[in-house]
Ligand binder design. Structure first.
Ligand code: SAM
Length: 214
């Protein structure tokens, strides 16, 4: 019965190394790096074996910057119910838990991300509940919604922003390095970080990344 779950965890462990995202050294995650062939597997190959691209295996610039911001401003999440939407490996939910959130939920549409978030939370001693669910458009009881690097695809970004505007969270923050579909209006920039990234997934070693309040 539990074999598929164990297989996903085993896949994650076999294809990643445990490391800290450069801007968030207090968190440890299962991450792919330049030396690991995971991302180099072509999308076609991954599709053939039934896997979406492994977004969960990287700490994206938007997630790293917003995690740093949350850890530097724990009052934003302390005692609050926090949702990390498009969580990947769960970095924002982990940061929220470490900063004192009463609940930290990680949501992603990829079941591998859900497993990675659970494994990663355990590595950092964070209390995270991870869900495989598309919550964009669903009713929300979150006090705080955190979104790291989810504006890279037109339809997803449009649905996300429309939903965030009605989701009724007291605080909604996005971390984003200026992806193509980040809205040009309706966001206030609170801070900026230079985020170390890797050439496997980005075109630069450092990404200037904004923290945006909706
Ligand atoms: C670029 S990754 C960012 C991961 C993480 N937030 C970070 O910054 O490291 C985007 C993630 O969003 C997830 N995603 C895309 N559309 C989604 C949706 N509608 N609901 C939830 N997750 C979604 C993808 O599966 C992927 O894991």
């Amino acid at each position: 019965m539990s074999e598929p779950l164990l297989e996903i965890d085993a896949f994650i462990r076999a294809n990643t190394r445990i490391a800290a995202p450069p801007l968030v050294p207090e968190v440890r995650m299962h991450l792919a790096d330049d030396a690991v062939a995971l991302w180099e597997m072509t999308e076609a190959t991954l599709e053939k074996i039934g896997l979406p691209p492994p977004f969960w295996a990287f700490a994206w610039a938007g997630g790293q910057a917003l995690a740093r911001y949350v850890l530097e401003h724990p009052e934003i999440v302390r005692g609050k119910r926090v949702w990390d939407v498009g969580a990947g490996g769960g970095l924002l939910a982990i940061a929220a838990s470490l900063a004192g959130a009463s609940e930290a939920h990680a949501f992603d549409i990829d079941p591998f991300a859900t497993h990675a978030a659970r494994l990663n939370a355990a590595l950092s001693g964070a209390a995270v509940q991870a869900w495989t669910r598309d919550v964009v458009g669903a009713p929300s009881d979150a006090d705080v919604i955190l979104v790291g690097d989810l504006c890279y695809e037109r339809d997803t970004a449009a649905r996300l922003i429309a939903w965030l505007q009605v989701a009724n969270a007291a605080e909604t923050l996005l971390g984003d390095p200026g992806r193509t579909y980040l809205p040009k209006s309706g966001l206030a920039r609170l801070a900026e970080y230079d985020v170390p990234t890797i050439r496997t997934i980005e075109d630069a070693d450092l990404k200037r990344t904004g923290i945006w309040r909706l």
